[in-house]
Design a binder for this molecule. Structure first.
Ligand code: ATP
Ligand code: MG
Length: 465
């Protein structure tokens, strides 16, 4: 038995791993071992279980080839999917849960910095762990054999350090995505990259040019949703700047106004931290003030102003979300929130309905806007805290508007295009314009939302055109 296996630790750690291990993963290991192979639970499961964090999936590594694993699981009555068999990965359905089973492997050279030129299967779990990115991700656990930790992952977990397995320069040159994985784990775990790893991340960030937009987006999305995102954004900005060059102008850009105590980047980092960890809100918070450095000017009073910055932020956000191939629905939602984040919404039903109208009548987007406004206020000077309460008030008003079934979109209006045509208007843009005017009048509480009153309003409006 290898010595590091004997050195494994504290019984309470093993107990934590045993408790956290889902029955489905235990069953998958048993199927492989009853079939005469060896299997270990690896990756994020071991790390997260030792940290006492929630477990979301368990990866299993084995010396069985995928065809052998497929045969054993079929015999055990489990469906399998050939999701990544070129890399030795089979997805196995155990008790309705997917488990990724991967043959021990060593990756060949990465000439393109993106894909291993060849994947060769390895004879031992130790070789397989050696190809993994960080020591905290390079441990294996077996329900009866215990914890295998050849690279000091436990010590780094305790110290909160992300250290690469082997020379960071070589490991990042093999696959530059690991630079962003490091930044993402810093945000999720609150860890810091070890000194040499950080130096390599910063000096080799341009290698990220070889990595696909989708993989970059995935890591940045994980980073933004991390619990420690404020610290991670500020702490890793110099590595992120190759994929998010927009951060550079924000870094250290002063906001010499009475409302702000932070530079644009730190204000942004706080705003991201203060919105709930959903992609729409986190990306919108990241982008909301991105246009400030370009929009800034100093007035004759010596005070800095940022008029029109939301429009510049929209353009920068459009560029970066397009470049990163972000999903279309996310892109559209983020651009709308960024465009509207600084619009004044009074705490009145009328003002709330007007904003709802500008948001295409989407109450979920309105709630997101309230969350963004709230976080934006909390990320400013303490004197702006009342504006956070205003955002909460707007959310309450929204509930009241929805409960009262008040009209804020054309679909809810008591008249439609046929009513306008019936007044002698020919089909064309004037029909829409008349309905918009009617909706404005209803939102402004000049006309009640009933057919007779609105028909009278329309007749009058058309006569004035
Ligand atoms: P999470 O699932 O929480 O994102 P994870 O650590 O499980 O974290 P995965 O992307 O699921 O991350 O990968 C599983 C394991 O595979 C990792 O723990 C790591 O050991 C290894 N791994 C993943 N991507 C890489 C990579 N680019 N280079 C080296 N090893 C990697
Ligand atoms: Mg995982």
């Amino acid at each position: 038995m290898p010595s590091h296996l004997l050195a494994i630790g504290a019984p309470e750690r093993l107990a934590a791993l045993r408790t956290a291990l889902p029955a489905t993963a235990l069953a998958a290991v048993a199927v492989l071992e009853d079939g005469g192979f060896e299997a270990w639970c690896v990756g994020g499961f071991v790390r997260d279980a030792l940290l006492g964090r929630p477990i979301h999936d368990v990866d299993v590594a084995t010396n069985a080839r995928w065809q052998e694993a497929q045969r054993l699981f079929a015999e055990a009555g489990c469906a399998t999917h050939e999701t990544g068999v070129a890399h030795g990965t089979l997805t196995v359905m155990v008790g309705g849960e997917p488990i990724e089973v991967t043959t021990y492997r060593v990756d060949g050279a990465y000439r393109d910095g993106r894909h291993p030129d060849a994947v060769s299967f390895a004879g031992s779990i130790e070789e397989d762990l050696a190809r993994r990115d960080f020591t905290v991700n390079a441990m294996a656990f077996h329900p009866s054999r215990g914890l295998l930790d050849p690279f000091g992952g436990q010590a780094d977990l305790t110290a909160g350090i992300l250290r690469t397995v082997g020379d960071p320069r070589e490991r990042f040159a093999e696959d530059a995505l690991r630079i962003l994985r490091g930044c993402r784990f810093a945000s999720q775990l609150g860890f810091a990259l070890e000194e040499a790893a950080w130096a390599a991340a910063v000096s080799q960030k341009s290698l990220l040019a070889r990595v696909s937009a989708e993989r970059i987006f995935h890591e940045l999305d994980g980073l933004l949703r991390g619990e420690h995102v404020h610290d991670a954004l500020l702490g890793t900005a110099d590595a992120l700047s190759f994929v998010l060059p927009e951060l550079v102008a924000m870094q250290g850009f002063p906001q010499a106004t009475p409302y702000h105590i932070y530079d644009v980047l730190e204000h942004t980092a706080w705003a991201v931290q203060h919105v709930p960890p959903e992609p729409l809100l986190r990306w919108a918070a990241l982008c909301h003030d991105m246009g400030k450095p370009a929009a800034a000017f100093t007035g004759p009073d010596g005070v800095g102003h940022f008029y029109g910055h939301a429009a510049v932020s929209v353009e920068l956000a459009r560029g970066l979300l397009g470049r990163l191939k972000a999903p279309t629905a996310l892109r559209e939602g983020v651009l709308t929130l960024v465009r509207r984040h600084d619009d004044v919404v009074e705490p009145t039903p009328r003002s709330v309905k007007r904003m709802l109208r500008r948001l295409g009548g989407d109450p979920a987007l309105f709630r997101a806007l309230c969350a963004l406004k709230r976080a934006d206020a909390l990320a400013q000077a303490p004197r702006c805290a009342p504006r956070a309460r205003l955002a909460d008030e707007l959310a309450e008003l929204l509930d009241a508007v929805l409960a009262a079934d008040e009209a804020f979109s054309l679909a809810q209006l008591a008249v439609d295009g046929r009513d306008v045509l019936a007044l002698g208007v020919s089909p064309g843009p004037q029909v829409g314009a008349a309905l918009q005017a009617a909706l404005d009048a209803v939102i402004d509480e000049q006309v009640p939302n009933d057919p007779a009153a609105l028909q009278a309003f329309l007749a009058d409006w058309l006569a004035r055109q």
